[in-house]
Design a protein around this ligand. Structure first.
Ligand SMILES: Cc1cc2nc3c(=O)[nH]c(=O)nc-3n(C[C@H](O)[C@H](O)[C@H](O)COP(=O)(O)OP(=O)(O)OC[C@H]3O[C@@H](n4cnc5c(N)ncnc54)[C@H](O)[C@@H]3O)c2cc1C
Ligand SMILES: NC(=O)c1ccc[n+]([C@@H]2O[C@H](COP(=O)([O-])OP(=O)(O)OC[C@H]3O[C@@H](n4cnc5c(N)ncnc54)[C@H](O)[C@@H]3O)[C@@H](O)[C@H]2O)c1
Length: 472
């Protein structure tokens, strides 16, 4: 076996592992990066990137279909296989940034093999044994396949296979109404498929119910059938005719099936027992510094760390780990300022506490302010007046913000900044934004917090009357 001694050994070259490796090696650490599958991990190859490429093509189809006032809509001519070429081309365009060549160019030793701990400070990958001062587990997650009777007897897709499908499904059945299920549902519907989603609980159940309802209404209006509160009791059939037997007795038959019911963390076979690294079904057990609670030389980042499963979280984790493992400085991960966005149309974005969470934590100290896009001139001009901004405020500071509407994923940025920097609401209310922009909706929501203090305030009115009398 070839032996390598290094400063940092990173297992997994997805969003988290690549960010750790790039940061560490460019600061002067010796880094070994191990990847068993594709460089770039889930986000590049089977997650964020292909899904957003598909959503972009679907949006183009929908824009044609809908037309605009005075511009007749036309039935889009969709070449499904060519859309998949676009998805592949987008992956290929981004790929060099995550490639083995780039990381070797930065100075990393890149090993393409399955990694496995054989001791608390030793990992083996292929024919190489690596001893390192610190390890980072960045192995991500895989689709969870639920134990539904009959599921294993039919061909079904997960996010790992759906983007390679070149024939347009006539009728796509989707189990799971979370972000993957709904993003894929709308995209496929817009590209000409019949789509039925079966959700055991509530679709977008983690989100503010009022905002989720706006998204669900929009999907239903476009023809996506969404059945909530009913589980799938069994699956039967064969390729081209797959039937879901629902718990309420209904039967749904489609041509294709996508399973999108959450993720399971990829730690099996990693030899964590040999390393003395504790883990459970959620992932590696880590402290606030993202260090294993049972082996202080081992960190976990991204999906493997058992928390929020987003690429930007994996990137944020990477910074926390590099600070400690490379610079020897303390650092703790926060979660109160992490945004998320679901890229349906309309988009739904949240940072910090939802209204229900904020009410549970802050009770009567909470003030909720809002502004609708129907009062935003830019949204009205673009006929995109559905949706709203809602801000949860405690003691003059935002503790959460929610946007459902056009470009919500972009617009949440200002609230992510406000929560990250713990800004007061006056910072946003005092910011001048260009007119007419969608972002003015956020400022209007912030201003709504001050309106009752400024308008219809008897004390202020008395002061104003006095000032007006004495003003020269
Ligand atoms: C369909 C879909 C859409 C998504 N859209 C978004 C989005 O829009 N925005 C967003 O923020 N997030 C999105 N996500 C989530 C995002 O993709 C993940 O949170 C992110 O990829 C996690 O990064 P990671 O580095 O933790 O893991 P991954 O990207 O999964 O990388 C882990 C890597 O480790 C490798 N590996 C695993 N075990 C071993 C081993 N033993 N040895 C060597 N290598 C190993 C794997 O092959 C993989 O390449 C989406 C996910 C899906 C499935
Ligand atoms: N835009 C984004 O940032 C984005 C997009 C896609 C995925 N992601 C990430 O990937 C993660 C996984 O997404 P996901 O949608 O697979 O998972 P999820 O856990 O968010 O949602 C899964 C849904 O499936 C339902 N469900 C579970 N078992 C079921 C069953 N047997 N029958 C019917 N419904 C069932 C759940 O109630 C839930 O609503 C997300 O939590 C998110 O972190 C992010």
């Amino acid at each position: 076996m070839q032996q390598i001694k290094t400063d940092l050994c990173v297992i997994g070259a997805g969003s988290g592992g690549l960010s750790v490796a790039a940061g560490a090696v460019q600061m002067g650490a010796r880094v070994v990066l191990i990847e068993a599958g594709e460089m770039g991990g889930d986000c590049l190859n089977a997650g964020c990137v292909p899904s957003k490429a598909l959503i972009a093509a679907a949006a183009a189809a929908e824009a044609q279909r809908k037309g605009f006032r005075g511009v007749a809509g036309v039935a889009p001519v969709v070449d499904f296989a060519a859309v998949k070429d676009h998805v592949a081309a987008v992956i290929a365009a981004i790929e060099p940034h995550d490639s083995q060549a780039r990381f070797e160019g930065l100075g990393c030793t890149v090993i393409r093999a399955q990694a496995r701990f054989t001791g608390p400070q030793v990992v083996e990958a292929g024919a190489t044994r690596i001893t390192a001062r610190r390890f980072v587990i960045a192995t991500g997650s895989r689709p969870f396949v639920p134990p539904i009777p009959g599921l294993e007897t039919v061909p079904f897709h997960t996010n790992e296979t759906i983007f390679a499908l070149r024939d347009r499904p006539d009728h796509l059945l989707i189990i799971g109404g979370g972000p993957i299920g709904l993003e894929m549902a709308q995209a496929h519907r817009r590209l000409g498929c019949a789509v039925t989603v079966v959700e055991a609980a509530q679709a977008l159940g983690r989100e503010d119910p009022e905002a989720a309802a706006v998204v669900l209404a929009s999907l239903r209006a476009e023809g996506v059938e969404i059945r909530e509160g009913v589980g799938v009791a069994a699956v039967e059939g064969q390729a081209g005719a797959i039937t879901l037997r629902l718990a309420d007795g209904a039967r749904l038959t489609g041509t294709h099936l996508l399973v999108a019911v959450g993720r399971k963390v990829a730690v099996a076979g990693l030899g964590l027992e040999a390393a003395g690294v504790e883990f459970d079904a959620k992932g590696v057990k880590v402290d606030a510094r993202l260090r294993s609670v049972s082996n202080r030389r081992v960190f976990a980042v991204g999906d493997a760390a058992g928390g929020l499963q987003f690429t930007h979280v994996a990137g944020y984790h990477a910074g926390i780990v590099v600070r400690q493992a490379v610079l020897g400085l303390p650092a703790k991960a926060r979660t109160d300022h992490i945004p998320r966005a679901t890229y349906t149309d309309p988009e739904l974005a949240q940072v910090g506490l939802t209204e229900a969470e904020a009410r549970a934590v802050h009770g009567a100290k909470l003030t909720v302010v809002r502004a609708g896009f129907d009062g935003n001139d830019r949204a009205v001009a673009g006929a995109k007046g559905a949706g709203f901004v809602k801000v949860m405020v405690v003691g003059g500071r935002p503790v959460g913000a929610l946007i459902v509407g056009p470009a919500a994923g972009e617009l949440i940025g200002v609230w992510a900044l406000a929560l990250a920097a713990r800004l007061k609401l006056t910072a946003l209310a005092g910011t001048v934004l260009p007119y007419p922009t969608l972002s003015e909706a956020s400022k209007r929501a912030a201003s709504a917090y001050f309106s009752p203090k400024l308008f219809d305030n008897p004390v202020l009115k008395a002061v104003v009357r006095f000032v007006q009398r004495v003003l020269p």
